[in-house]
Design a protein around this ligand. Structure first.
Ligand code: ZN
Length: 174
């Protein structure tokens, strides 16, 4: 459950690998009522508190197609996104709040464009290169139940999974 702060806005604990909610394809948002606005506000607060540049709803245990991000131009919210175009190539030391304290150089397209809707169901388009392009792709992956681990090469992924298993064992005291 969230720990309430700042009146009505809550900061949620962030789900980490291997929480199964992170592997689920998230459901399309159909209800644009006050609960959705509340969810977006909570996600923005949780993202800034982490701190992170993006956060997808499954990362707080809500399996809906919603993400928020701030790639330097203030907080944006993205509902029911479709990644409609990517181009170019860009290597970036990518991390994820759900796989904390790990960064891997990952190559993805540099440019991405996402078509989505806002809290009122109006169509919005987000696009950008480098950091913005990366965040749009990374968060879209979350809504399809994909973590950045899936974007690693085969050998790196094996090593990453081994490291994460070891860390989980250490945390568990085993
Ligand atoms: Zn992530």
């Amino acid at each position: 459950m969230p720990s309430p702060i700042l009146g009505s806005v809550a900061i949620f604990p962030i789900r980490t690998y291997p929480d199964p909610v992170l592997r689920l394809p998230a459901a399309v948002v159909g209800d644009f009522g006050p609960d959705l606005r509340r969810l977006v506000d909570d996600m923005v607060e949780t993202m800034y508190a982490a701190p992170g540049v993006g956060l997808a709803a499954p990362q707080i245990g809500v399996s809906l197609r919603v993400f928020v991000f701030d790639a330097g131009a203030g907080p944006m919210h993205v509902i029911n996104p479709q990644l409609e175009e990517t181009s170019g190539e860009y290597e970036y030391e990518e991390g994820c709040l759900s796989v904390p304290e790990h960064y891997w150089p990952i190559v993805r397209p540099a440019y991405a464009r996402v078509r989505a809707v806002d809290l009122d169901g109006r169509e919005v388009v987000y696009e950008g290169e480098e950091l913005t392009g990366r965040v749009l792709q990374h968060e879209s992956d979350h809504l399809d139940g994909m973590l950045l681990l899936s974007r690693l090469g085969r050998r790196e992924r094996k090593q990453a999974l081994r490291d994460l298993r070891l860390e989980a064992m250490e945390r568990g005291g085993a």
